[in-house]
Design a protein around this ligand. Sequence first.
Ligand code: FNR
Length: 417
Amino acid sequence: QNAIYRAGVLGRTPIVPTDFATLERRARRRMSAKAWAYTAGGAGDGSTMRANREAFERWKIVPRVLRDVSRRDISVELFGRRIPAPVLLAPLGASDLVHPEADRAIARAAADLGVPYILSNQAGVPMEECAAAMGSAPRWFQLYWSKDDRLVDSLLERAKNIGAEAVVVTLDTQLLGWRPLDLNLGSLPFSQGQGIAQYTADHTFLQIVRERLAAARAAGIKDTADVTLGSIRTLVNISRRFPGRFLDNLRSPVPRAAVETFLDIYSRPSLTWQDLITLRNRTDLPVVLKGVLHPDDARRALDIGVDGIMVSNHGGRQVGGSIASLDALADIAGVVGGKATLLFDSGIRTGADIFKALALGADAVTVGRPYLYGLALNGAQGARDTVANLIAEFDLTLGLAGHVSAREITVESLSSR
Ligand code: FNR
């Protein structure tokens, strides 16, 4: 932290800007139109994304003076592991749109800082390769509950094998949100072959595709009409990972059933609490439910014995016109009352934002878009610097507000006037 601050005072210009507005502006110039649309876009008219920011702006920190803040401890303990700051890297799919090294670079950034990286179900690099780049640094795995339970089990087993310390089940994406920036460009990443590396590295998934193809053949379906250029790229991407093994099984032209499997299988729209209850038999890792915004759902989650809850509206990308994530936090913190780990995301852009989320009850926050912009600007180093900046700013905010530990911050540290 000191190093960042000192560099600024000494007049060295950082490659990664230290404020979000400049970071975002510069990153946009480095990104393709598609990468920008997918990363920066929100659901509907963008009102949820705006609400996320407005909610932070309504709360003000009330600093206290003349307290010894020379020694501060911002570390927190999550699921038995002490981490250096109350910050995790959110799972972000299709980061291969943004940078060729994608998740592997992000993994190195997280490992360098010692903060957990939540590996996405829709990653551009298989989880095994990310883990290999992380040594013993903490990683978690984020799951989308597939339509096929065999795939759920396979992903959970792989997560266990790579040493994931928790599983985050994302509940707000049973259906993909209405995202005009992507839709207007006609560019859904999955259909272009980005964000599918967890699948193409998964033998159970390949087995499922083969079964679907066989069923389509048996039914006499020879429909190739809907095969788009994007879908063919997807298959080429698969064939690169499985040279000679997978595409050989496909006839040419590509059957529609193979292509549709990707878009169809990643998430289960019919998912209910009943399915969630089976999780305990599927994994012994701590389970965190991501995307909880209603106190009753938080209660339900506690009833089925989850280990953590993440208040999140997916960075405003799923439900247009939804409640700001921060506005949902205090009530849910009231329900959780320390009985489970409480995480928060959606809209964290500054160290002060981290302070406010902790004051309203979060144990730690996850950060999304900012580190992807850092990645766009300067690869692994850029992602690392972006998160390091946020942590440094949080540490300063904490001290300047008169506190020495993340645990001390409560709603008393804030004013809404
Ligand atoms: C996401 N998010 C996300 N969440 C998830 O559970 N799995 C995923 O694969 C993705 N993919 C993804 C891609 C991109 C480009 C973005 C911006 C977001 C949501 C993410 O984990 C997190 O909830 C938000 O990004 C937090 O909001 P901020 O920090 O981006 O405002």
